[in-house]
Design a protein around this ligand. Structure first.
Ligand code: GUN
Length: 278
């Protein structure tokens, strides 16, 4: 018997708290505001941005969308960010990734004021995550920690194996798990004995970007499995990095796709925006 971790349920509980705190701030004359920049016409990015705006509305925050054409230059984007850095009504700024190829992504992320960097992508905030003394937690990893807490799943002393070493998920997840006293192993495309290592995991995080990469034979009995993957299949359906149907019976807790980690990411973004406004 396993428990399906319900990301929508956890998300709703966290958003309820955020909503109450936003009301209290509004009573003091402060409405938290998030500026969302989107460059070009990537359909997946459009969906994410719409959901971020919807999330703001749901908890009573302002959102300000800046939809810029594909041909926007790095300099024009930097100008906008500078304006938003100095706008008192804007507490959080995010630039939806990926940006078009010709834009210097590093320059853009570095231009966002660390005090408004609710994605926690700025090197200053990455550094703070590394030392464990941070104001903005990286959204997807923080969402996973929140889910573990909600289900009273112990992290301390557990072996957490993370498959994937991206700057957005794998690396910051390793830092958050360390902060919560897990023993952490990060696996990636060049790891030689991935199956053997994954099989030792008490908490297994799949963030590879390959559908059904995690199969039942690489999961320990009773493991907690968190699936960050969102892969669009040929039939249009979403599929995680974990072969859910094959793996679920071996686990104690597992996140589905969709409805698992995904809903938590935007919720943590709202939490960071609230934090910035405070
Ligand atoms: N693109 C995919 N995930 C993210 C995210 O968490 N933040 C931003 N800004 N862009 C993304």
């Amino acid at each position: 018997m396993y428990t399906r971790i319900d990301g929508k349920e956890v998300s709703a509980a966290v958003r309820e708290n955020i909503k109450n705190e936003v009301s209290a701030l509004k009573a003091q004359g402060i409405t938290p505001g998030l500026a969302v920049i989107i460059v070009g016409n990537d359909p997946a990015s459009r969906v994410y941005v719409n959901n971020k705006k919807k999330g703001c509305e749901q908890v009573g925050m302002n959102s300000f969308e800046y939809a810029l054409p594909e041909e926007t230059t790095t300099e024009e984007l930097l100008e906008l960010i500078e304006k938003l850095n100095n706008d008192a009504d804007v507490h959080g700024i995010l630039c939806q990734l990926p940006v078009p190829e010709h834009i210097d992504e590093e320059k853009v992320l570095n231009a966002i004021s660390p005090d408004k960097d609710v994605d926690a992508f700025h090197p200053v905030n990455c550094g703070k995550v590394m030392t464990g003394d941070y104001r903005f937690a990286p959204c997807t990893p923080a969402g996973m920690v929140e889910m573990l807490k909600h289900y009273n799943i112990d992290i301390a002393g557990k072996h957490c194996v993370i498959i994937g070493r991206s700057n957005i998920v794998g690396k910051p997840m390793a830092m958050l798990m360390l902060k919560h006293n897990a023993t952490v192993t990060v696996c990636h495309s060049r790891t030689q004995n991935l199956a053997e290592i994954a099989k030792q995991a008490d908490i297994l995080v799949a963030a590879v970007g390959r559908p059904k990469f995690v199969t039942a034979d690489i999961v320990k009995d009773g493991a907690v499995v968190l699936d960050v993957g969102i892969n669009r299949m040929a039939d249009g359906k979403l599929c995680g990095d974990v072969d859910f149907d094959a793996v679920c019976e071996k686990t104690s807790y597992i996140t589905p796709v969709p409805g698992g980690v995904g809903p938590m990411t935007i919720t943590m973004l709202l939490k960071n925006t609230l934090e910035a406004a405070k």
